[in-house]
Design a protein around this ligand. Structure first.
Ligand SMILES: [Fe+2]
Length: 151
C-alpha cells in the first residue's frame, strides 16, 4: 500500500513535470521576444503567449485540485500555506490576463508587448523556483516530519 509520502511524491513529481514543460515554453517566449522582435516574431510571440496561458491555467487548476489537499493537511500551518498558494495563483492569473489582453489587442505596440512578456517570464520563473523549494519542504515533512515530532 502506498504511503502518504509516496502519494505526495507522485503529485509533487507531476507538478515538477508541469514546471519543466512551462520552462520550455518560457524559453521559446524568450527567444521570440528578443531585443527588437520583427513583425513576424511579434505575431509568433503573441500566439506562444496565448498557448502558454492555457497550459499555465491547467497547471494552476491541477495544483488547486491535486496539490492543495496535501498542502492543507501536512501540519497546523497547512491552511495558511494553502491560502498563500491560492493568493499567489490569483496574482499570477491577473498578471497573465493583463499580458494576454495586450496580445489580443490589435493596437498593442510590439516592443512594449515584448517587454511585458519578458517581465512576466522572470516573475513566473521566480514563482516556480519558490514553489519548488516549498515542495521540497513538504516532501521532507511527509517523509520525516511526523516521525521527528513523535520521536
Ligand atoms: Fe506551479
Amino acid at each position: 500500500m502506498a504511503t502518504s509520502s509516496d502519494q505526495f511524491g507522485d503529485v509533487s513529481a507531476r507538478v515538477l513535470g508541469h514546471h519543466a514543460e512551462i520552462r520550455a515554453r518560457l524559453r521559446d517566449l524568450d527567444v521570440l521576444g528578443g531585443p527588437e522582435p520583427s513583425q513576424v516574431a511579434a505575431v509568433h510571440l503573441r500566439v506562444a503567449l496565448l498557448r502558454l496561458a492555457s497550459l499555465f491555467e491547467a497547471h494552476l487548476v491541477f495544483e488547486e485540485v491535486e496539490l492543495a489537499p496535501w498542502i492543507r493537511d501536512v501540519d497546523a500551518w497547512g491552511p495558511c500555506r494553502e491560502a498563500a498558494m491560492l493568493a499567489e495563483h490569483d496574482e499570477q492569473r491577473h498578471r497573465l490576463q493583463l499580458v494576454c489582453a495586450m496580445a489580443e489587442a490589435p493596437d498593442t505596440d510590439d516592443l512594449g508587448f515584448a517587454h511585458e512578456v519578458s517581465s512576466l517570464l522572470v516573475s513566473v520563473l521566480e514563482d516556480m523556483a519558490r514553489e519548488e523549494r516549498q515542495l521540497s519542504l513538504l516532501g521532507w515533512l511527509y517523509d520525516y516530519g511526523a516521525e521527528q515530532m513523535t520521536g
